[in-house]
Design a protein around this ligand. Sequence first.
Ligand code: FES
Ligand code: FES
Length: 162
Amino acid sequence: MLKVINLTINGTLRQVSADERESLLDTLRGLGFTSVKKGCEVGECGACTVLVDGEAVDSCIYLAVWAEGKSVMTVEGLKGPNGELSPIQQAFIEEAAVQCGFCTPGLIMSAVEIVGTGRKYNREELKKLISGHLCRCTGYENILNAMERIVEETYKVAGTGE
Ligand code: FES
Ligand code: FES
């Protein structure tokens, strides 16, 4: 049965219709937010990660109807007013943390959640925090370098660094 859902996507209030069994992943991709990748569809690869009210969720196992009244953010919501990349995306490029790029949007959204906490996680903690993401290309070291860098930079900018 179709349901009308009111939600905010990347800062814009939207009213969308979706089947009550439809995943948020399918709804977002149907609306053109194709940064949200369809991988395993069972909550195991992290490719479909988006933020819902600031919390990273696997949108393949999150029903669209659950997003009623909530705020959803995808990678499309990170770009600046002139289309510039966010510092997190820039860090991924500079640390060569992207190869085919399929896992990248999900990892970027987890990075947004991680830096949003304002905590200076160490490498071991970051490893655990991204353990829900599968990357078949980069071997994770460069991804962790990018994560570590952005966490440190954000921590310094926030004025809480040593
Ligand atoms: S597509 Fe959602 S976790 Fe893999
Ligand atoms: S860059 Fe290809 S899956 Fe991660």
